[in-house]
Design a protein around this ligand. Structure first.
Ligand SMILES: Nc1ncnc2c1ncn2[C@@H]1O[C@H](COP(=O)(O)OP(=O)(O)OP(=O)(O)O)[C@@H](O)[C@H]1O
Length: 246
C-alpha cells in the first residue's frame, strides 16, 4: 500500500535561524538572519535580483553551510525537497526519472512504476511517460520535477523561482501543484520576484534586498503596509535594484 495520497498530519518542525550569515571568499553575501518558520504555511521569499533569495533557501535546505550562526529544526529534521528554476533531470524517460527517485528513496521495485504513474497522472504528465525528460518543454520539466518531489513526500518543499521561465499556462499548472502540496500538509518556502504570484500564494513574506532580510511579515501586511523603504518601493512596482551585498 502506498501512503502517498494520505494527508501528512503530524506537526512540521519549526525551522530556526539564529544570526545565520554567508560569506564567499571573505565577501559577505548574506547579513546575519534571525527568523523562525512555523506551521504549514506558504512562505514567499521576495526581493530583486541578487537580493540573496537563493542563498537563503539553499542555507535553509542545507545545501550550503552558514559561515556563521546556527540553523536548526526544532525536533527531528523533516523530509525536504527542493525544486529549482531549471530542473536537473536524468537522460531517461519521464517515467524512469521518477522510478529512479523511488529507487534512491528505497521504495521496493514492485511498487515503483505504479507510484510513478500515479504521480505523472497527478501532475498532468501521464501521456508523456515514455518521452525523454530532457526534451520536455520547460513547463513539463518543472511539473516532472514537482512529481519527483511529490514522491519523496516532503514535509517542507523549497522552490527556487520555479516559474520564472514559464508562460502563464505553465505558471498556473505549477501554482496548482504547489497548492496540492500545501493541501497535503507540506510547508512551502518559495522564492519569486513576481508580486502577482506572491499575492496569489503567500501566507507570509520574507523580503530581502542587498543580502539583508528586511521584513518577515504576514502577506497581507507586506502588501498593504511594508515597513522598509525598499519594500514600499517594491510593492509600488518601482525598479528596486539590490545594492551590493553587505
Ligand atoms: N555560491 C556562491 N558563490 C559566490 N557568490 C554567490 C554564490 N551564490 C550566490 N552568490 C552571490 O550572492 C548574491 C545573491 O545571490 P542569490 O542567487 O541568492 O540572489 P537572488 O535573490 O536569488 O537573485 P535572482 O532573483 O537573480 O535569482 C549575488 O550577488 C550572487 O552573485
Amino acid at each position: 500500500m502506498t501512503t502517498l495520497n494520505q494527508p501528512l498530519t503530524q506537526a512540521i518542525p519549526s525551522l530556526i535561524l539564529e544570526e545565520v550569515s554567508f560569506r564567499h571568499r571573505g565577501q559577505p553575501l548574506l547579513a546575519p538572519v534571525t527568523l523562525r518558520l512555523d506551521g504549514c504555511h506558504r512562505t514567499l521569499v521576495m526581493g530583486p535580483n541578487g537580493a540573496g533569495k537563493s542563498l537563503l533557501m539553499r542555507l535553509a535546505h542545507g545545501l550550503l553551510a552558514p559561515s556563521q550562526g546556527r540553523l536548526h529544526w526544532e525536533g527531528e529534521t523533516p523530509r525536504q525537497a527542493m525544486v529549482f528554476q531549471r530542473p536537473v533531470l536524468l537522460r531517461r524517460s519521464a517515467l524512469a526519472n521518477l522510478t529512479h527517485a523511488l529507487a534512491v528513496k528505497g521504495t521496493p521495485r514492485r511498487l515503483r512504476k505504479a507510484l510513478a504513474r500515479e504521480a505523472l497522472e497527478r501532475f498532468g504528465l501521464a501521456a508523456l511517460e515514455a518521452r525523454p525528460a530532457r526534451v520536455l518543454s520547460g513547463g513539463e520539466q518543472q511539473r516532472l520535477a514537482l512529481a519527483r518531489a511529490w514522491l519523496l513526500e516532503p514535509r517542507v518543499l523549497f522552490l527556487d523561482e520555479p516559474t520564472s521561465a514559464l508562460d502563464p499556462a505553465a505558471i498556473q499548472a505549477v501554482e496548482a501543484a504547489v497548492d496540492e502540496f500545501h493541501r497535503h500538509g507540506t510547508r512551502i518556502v518559495m522564492s519569486s520576484h513576481d508580486l502577482h504570484q506572491a499575492r496569489r500564494l503567500a501566507d507570509d513574506v520574507l523580503f530581502l534586498c542587498g543580502g539583508r532580510l528586511l521584513e518577515h511579515t504576514p502577506a497581507e501586511r507586506f502588501f498593504t503596509a511594508p515597513t522598509s523603504t525598499e519594500g514600499r518601493a517594491f510593492i509600488r512596482g518601482d525598479l528596486v535594484v539590490s545594492p551590493p551585498p553587505p
